[in-house]
Design a protein around this ligand. Structure first.
Ligand code: IMP
Length: 215
């Protein structure tokens, strides 16, 4: 039985499309402050695993506006709570910085040793590589796993789009201002969003790997 540790029910509904046996665990694990979503997700999975003591996934996601050097990125939640989605949208449109992408990193931890993703290290030099790796998926790097750290496996997904005036009633967060192929995420039903979304892509690659891991 796999636990999706999150306080967001919408994420678990999305995961159910990819995973047969997944249950939600409503636990608000402490999030480290870092510029790398891979590092945030990895630490989140470790905290979540220590809390539930069973196989877990967590995810970290954010909106990256290209013309704003990736802002709000890993700070998307803070910016949603402070500036608000509509102001972020207005700002991006006013500055003609509408190209954007959502990124998501799903992190798995079960306390066991397995072929873990090398430890993401959040340093200035690595940042560019981290972003590229987020787009490629669980890409290997030459970093070694920090000694004593619980092994974690990371799966990434990204989706390109553009920032538009808010449209649609569905979804959550930045969905109303994010348009992909002419439709905002808030105008899609959950299955449509899942088929193209950053989280859907990350979950699909996790599900493929996990199917081989399950006896
Ligand atoms: P978290 O990873 O759930 O903490 O999300 C970080 C921030 O990104 C929050 O402000 C979410 O509302 C936003 N966010 C994450 N995923 C999505 C999505 O699929 N659509 C819209 N906003 C999202």
């Amino acid at each position: 039985m796999l636990r999706y540790v999150t306080t967001n029910d919408g994420k678990v509904r999305e995961a159910e499309e990819y995973l047969e046996e997944v249950v939600a665990v409503d636990y608000d694990y402490p999030e480290i402050q870092a510029d790398s979503m891979r590092a945030i997700a990895a630490e989140g999975a470790r905290s979540a695993y220590r809390h539930v003591e069973a196989p877990v996934i967590v995810d970290d996601a954010g909106l990256f506006i290209e013309g704003f050097d990736g802002f709000p990125g890993p700070y998307s939640s803070y910016v949603e709570d402070t500036l608000g989605v509509e102001r972020v949208g207005r700002l991006a449109r006013r500055e003609d910085a509408t190209r954007a992408r959502f990124r998501c990193v799903v992190a798995y931890c079960d306390g066991d040793g397995f072929e873990a993703t090398p430890e993401p290290v959040d340093t200035e030099e690595r940042r560019g590589q981290d972003i590229a790796a987020d787009d490629r998926g669980a890409a290997a790097t030459d970093e070694s796993v920090a000694e004593g750290a619980l092994p974690v496996r990371l799966f990434a997904g990204a989706v390109p789009g553009r920032i538009v005036e808010p449209r649609g009633e569905g979804g959550f967060g930045y969905d109303p201002i994010f348009e992909h192929d002419g439709t905002t995420f808030a105008e899609m039903d959950p299955a449509e969003k899942n088929a193209v979304s950053h989280r859907g892509r990350a979950l699909a690659s996790f599900a493929e790997w996990f199917a081989d891991r399950t006896p």
